[in-house]
Structure formats: C-alpha cells, structure tokens
Design a protein around this ligand. Structure first.
Ligand code: ADP
Ligand code: MG
Length: 232
C-alpha cells in the first residue's frame, strides 16, 4: 500500500497570510528582515597552522634555496581540490647540520611556505624523542593508531632524527614510519644532527638506505645561532 497525500494543495497566498498572522500574534513585524550577523572573521589556513607551530618558529621563513625549490615543486605537484591544491606524492628533504644552524627553523619555514602558496595541508610534526614517548605501549593508549596517523599524514616533519636514545624497539618504530613514507612517496621533512656517515650506525641500515633514496640532502653550516643571537 502506498501513502497518499490527502490534504488539498493550498495557494501560496493563503500560507503567507497564515504565517503573517502567527508572526503578528507573537508581536513580530513580518515586514522586517532578520539583522545579518557581522561577517565572520576570515581565518586563513596559515593562521590556523600558525596556532599549531611552536611559538619560536611561528614566523619562520625558509630562505634556503633548496627548501624554497622543494616547496615550489610540492605546490606545483598538488592535487587540485575545491579550496586549493592538496598535497600529493613528492620528494622529501633531509636537513642536516650541527646544533643551532637553523634546521627546525627551515623545516617549519617549509610548512609555512606551502601554506602561503595555498596548498591545503594536513601535516604532523614530532621530534624523534617525542615520537618514542608518544608511542610507548601504555594502558588505554592506541600507539599503533598514532603511528599510522603519522605514517599516512600527507606531510610529516620528523625533527631531530637520530638524536634520541635508540633500542631495538625505537629502531623498528622508525623503520616502520620511514618505510611507509618511502613506499608511498609521501613528502617528509627530516632534520638531523648526524653527519651522513653516522646515520647508518644510529638508525640502522634499512632506514639509512631508504633515506638515501627518498630524500634530497640540505646541509646547513655555520655557528650555533642560539649562542650568537640576542636572547628572546
Ligand atoms: N634563518 C633564520 N633567521 C632567523 N633566526 C633563525 C634562522 N634560523 C634559525 N634561527 C633561530 O636560531 C635558533 C636555532 O635555530 P633552530 O632551527 O632551532 O636550530 P637547529 O634545529 O638546527 O638546532 C632559533 O632561535 C631560531 O629561531
Ligand atoms: Mg632543531
């Protein structure tokens, strides 16, 4: 059995009259229009991202030519989307250099460079020491899920790789993370204090070999900016 509409169609004028009567009974003048809310402040992707960037690097500008070239390349390769290009597969960078030469500054600068180029960006950042702490097995915490989130994220900043104490467990964790990004060619910004020759010893051959293929090396030199810059 199918349901049928039994009520006779009503002319629009009659409905308007009834509405006006209801409004009048409630003391509302039907001829006035609702006041418009003030236009919401436009929050740009860069402003939203800035809130997630640590304060020290919130205004970081990547001025290293290899990094600006990389950002251009990633922005151009972006998948078209309704609100701007989304990030696609692409090359990764290994930013290496002694302490205080500006590796983290350049890495956050690279994230900001993509955002200013209008790339719709889902990104995550972690230091390798934090990564180990975050993923350490503990009750009520799904470390595996968190690893998958970092591994699959369109852009990952892995800061200070090789600086944390390693064990078989951390080596396996780093391997799984790097291997996923290697296999799926997901852009990854990696910073490290380690000279190339020491990467293999610190991270294991499987990780070092994948990094050699998937990353372009950016070498930063100079003195420790923390010791030469005025204190802020
Ligand atoms: N290009 C730059 N312009 C201005 N300040 C910088 C620049 N690069 C680094 N810094 C500052 O120097 C300090 C050390 O930089 P950081 O990126 O943390 O070094 P690293 O990660 O190599 O140890 C920070 O205070 C950072 O803000
Ligand atoms: Mg750093």
């Amino acid at each position: 059995m199918t349901a049928t509409l039994t009520r006779a169609p009503q002319p629009v004028g009659a409905i308007t009259d009834r509405l006006n009567t209801i409004l009048a009974n409630r003391g509302i003048d039907p001829t006035t229009t609702a006041a418009h809310d003030p236009a919401p402040e436009t929050v740009t992707a860069l402003e939203l991202a800035d809130a997630r960037i640590p304060a020290r690097y919130r205004r970081a500008l990547a001025d290293h030519p290899q990094i600006t070239t990389w950002a251009d390349q990633i922005a151009h390769a972006g998948r078209p989307g309704p609100t701007g290009p989304g990030i696609a597969e692409g090359p990764s960078l290994l930013i290496a250099g002694p302490t205080g030469t500006g590796k983290t500054h350049q890495a956050y600068g690279a994230v900001r460079a993509l955002l200013t180029r209008g790339v719709r960006l889902r990104w995550e950042a972690t230091t390798s020491a934090d990564l180990h702490a975050r993923l350490r097995p503990r009750a009520g915490h799904d470390g595996e899920r968190e690893l998958q989130t970092l591994a699959r994220c369109p852009l990952l900043l892995l800061d200070d790789l090789g600086a944390a104490k390693t064990s078989e467990w951390t080596e396996e964790l780093t391997y799984r993370l790097v291997n996923h990004r290697y296999e799926h060619m997901l852009p990854t910004l990696i910073t490290t204090n380690l000279p190339t020759a020491e990467l293999r010893t610190a991270l294991g051959d499987r990780v070092a070999s994948r990094l050699a293929e998937m990353t372009e090396r950016v070498i930063l030199t100079g003195s420790d900016r923390r010791r030469t810059a005025p204190a802020i």
